[in-house]
Design a protein around this ligand. Structure first.
Ligand code: FAD
Length: 164
């Protein structure tokens, strides 16, 4: 997308990275600069709302945590500033809590994902259909497309018959 330089900032090392090995390999081939054992601690703005840098700290690996991966521990005095103009946070996905708080009658499970019938994609609220990651949790494009296709059929049926 035209960036002169792109980084992945990751607080653990290659061994703990939950990405596919080939994806990491290809990213390196494309020139991505992997800043391993590094954590951003603060984003710096120019005072007009634009990002100028990330304050980072180097890490070292300590004892394993509950996930079985060695816990990263900051190295005192290792802070440095990395000039940046765009930062993309990539730290996992969950359902937006707005889903439950704004839409009465829309059933969600204990993780906050929308409950939908797996054949019709109907939710617990009349006239509302759902599919994809907001129903399954983080999954795949093909599953989301399948749900979209089933939902389209169900929506057509609902609109033409009025039956729920
Ligand atoms: C880094 C990463 C890599 C991935 N790699 C793969 C891969 O290689 N292969 C694969 O199959 N899958 C991959 N996935 C998973 C895949 O991207 C998802 O499973 C898929 O995009 C889910 O589709 P979706 O339509 O359910 O949700 P999304 O694609 O997330 O679409 C939801 C849309 O709703 C919009 N939206 C949210 N809130 C509102 C609102 N209030 N009003 C209006 N619009 C709103 C969002 O902006 C977004 O455009 C990856 C995911 C990530 C994060």
């Amino acid at each position: 997308m035209g960036a002169r330089k792109a980084y992945v900032i990751y607080r653990r090392s290659d061994a703990e990275m939950p990405a596919r090995a080939e994806e990491v390999h290809h990213a390196r081939q494309e020139g991505i600069d992997f800043q391993m054992l590094t954590a951003p601690v603060e984003f710096v703005s120019d005072g007009k709302g634009w990002l100028t840098a990330a304050h980072c700290v180097r890490m070292e690996l300590g004892e394993p945590d509950s996930s079985g991966r060695r816990r990263p521990v900051p190295i005192t005095g290792s802070e440095f500033e990395l000039p940046l103009s765009v930062a993309v946070m990539a730290i996992g996905t969950t359902a937006n809590p707005i889903v439950q708080s704004t839409t009465p009658g829309l059933g969600t499970d204990k993780r906050g994902y929308i409950q939908a019938n797996s054949e019709t994609q109907r939710t617990t609220r009349r006239g509302v259909f759902a599919g994809g990651d907001i129903v399954t949790g983080a999954a795949t494009v093909i599953l989301a497309m399948g749900a979209g296709r089933r939902a389209a059929g169900s929506i057509h049926e609902y609109l033409t018959t009025g039956l729920w």
